[in-house]
Design a protein around this ligand. Structure first.
Ligand SMILES: Nc1ncnc2c1ncn2[C@@H]1O[C@H](COP(=O)(O)OP(=O)(O)OP(=O)(O)O)[C@@H](O)[C@H]1O
Ligand SMILES: [Mg+2]
Length: 225
C-alpha cells in the first residue's frame, strides 16, 4: 500500500471562543500505488486540509498517515524534506509561482538539489518535455505576472512533476483551464500515471477530469465515501 490514512481527525479553532470545528472526523483511506483518485466535495469540506495532511504540510490532531508503511508524522528535519522533495509533487490551489522568476526557473526550483552539470541538463530537458506537453513551452522565459491564470497553473503542475514524485497531490489543477486544456492536462496526468506509475490524488470540480480517474471519492461531514 502506498498510502494509508488511519483514523485522521483534524479540527480548527478553539472551544473557548466557540470557533472549534471538526473538519476531518476519524477519516480512513487506503491508496494503492498507481491509483488515480478524484477527490470531490463542497467548498469548506476539508479537501485542502486532507491534502496538507498527506503531504506532511500539517499534522492531524490524531490518527496516522503511513507512506509505504512508515509514519510520516514521525519524520523530522532532513527526512521530512527528502520525503516532500522526492516522493510528493504538490500543486497548490493557488499556483504559488515565484513572481520574480521565469516559468522555466520556477519549474526548476525543486531540482536545485541536483548539482552536477549532467543532472542539471537532464532536468532542463525533462522540463522542456513537460512544458511542451502542457502547451506552455513558448512562455518559458516569461514572468508569471505576464501570463494567464491557466498558464501559471500548468507551470505549477510541471514544477510538481519535475522530480518524478511517486504521488501527485493536486488541488484543483484545472480550475483556471478551458475544456481543451483540461483534457490536455488529464492526458498528461494519465500518461504519467500509466508510464511512470505516478499515483494521483486530484481535488477537482471538473466532471471531465474526475471521469478520467479510476476512483472517485467524496468528502463530506469529515468523512470519505
Ligand atoms: N488554518 C485554518 N484555520 C482555521 N480554519 C481553517 C483553516 N484552514 C481551513 N479552515 C477551515 O476548515 C474548513 C475546511 O477548509 P479546506 O480549505 O480544507 O476546504 P476545501 O474543501 O479545500 O474548500 P475549497 O473547495 O473552498 O477549497 C473550512 O471551513 C475552513 O474555513
Ligand atoms: Mg481547498
Amino acid at each position: 500500500m502506498l498510502l494509508e490514512l488511519q483514523n485522521i481527525t483534524k479540527s480548527y479553532g478553539s472551544t473557548e471562543d466557540g470557533t472549534h470545528r471538526i473538519v476531518l472526523n476519524n477519516l480512513s483511506l487506503n491508496v494503492e500505488e498507481g491509483d488515480s483518485i478524484a477527490l470531490l466535495g463542497p467548498s469548506g469540506s476539508g479537501k485542502t486540509t486532507l491534502l496538507n495532511m498527506i503531504g506532511a504540510l500539517d499534522h492531524p490532531d490524531s490518527g496516522s498517515v503511513l507512506f509505504r508503511g512508515k509514519s510520516i508524522t514521525e519524520l523530522s528535519g532532513k527526512e521530512l524534506d527528502n520525503f516532500r522533495n522526492q516522493e510528493i509533487g504538490f500543486v497548490f490551489q493557488s499556483h504559488h509561482l515565484l513572481p520574480q522568476c521565469t516559468l522555466m526557473e520556477n519549474v526548476l526550483i525543486p531540482t536545485i538539489v541536483h548539482t552536477s552539470k549532467e543532472q542539471r541538463l537532464q532536468k532542463i530537458s525533462e522540463a522542456e518535455t513537460l512544458l511542451r506537453d502542457v502547451g506552455i513551452w513558448d512562455h518559458k522565459d516569461k514572468l508569471p505576472g505576464k501570463l494567464s491564470g491557466g498558464e501559471c497553473q500548468r507551470a505549477a503542475v510541471v514544477r510538481a512533476m519535475i522530480n518524478q514524485p511517486s504521488l501527485l497531490l493536486a488541488d484543483e489543477p484545472t480550475g483556471a483551464l478551458d475544456k481543451k486544456n483540461v483534457n490536455t492536462m488529464a492526458d498528461l496526468l494519465l500518461k504519467l500515471n500509466k508510464e511512470n506509475k505516478l499515483t494521483l490524488i486530484v481535488v477537482t470540480h471538473s466532471e471531465e477530469l474526475a471521469s478520467r480517474m479510476n476512483k472517485i471519492y467524496n468528502l463530506s461531514d469529515g468523512k470519505i465515501s
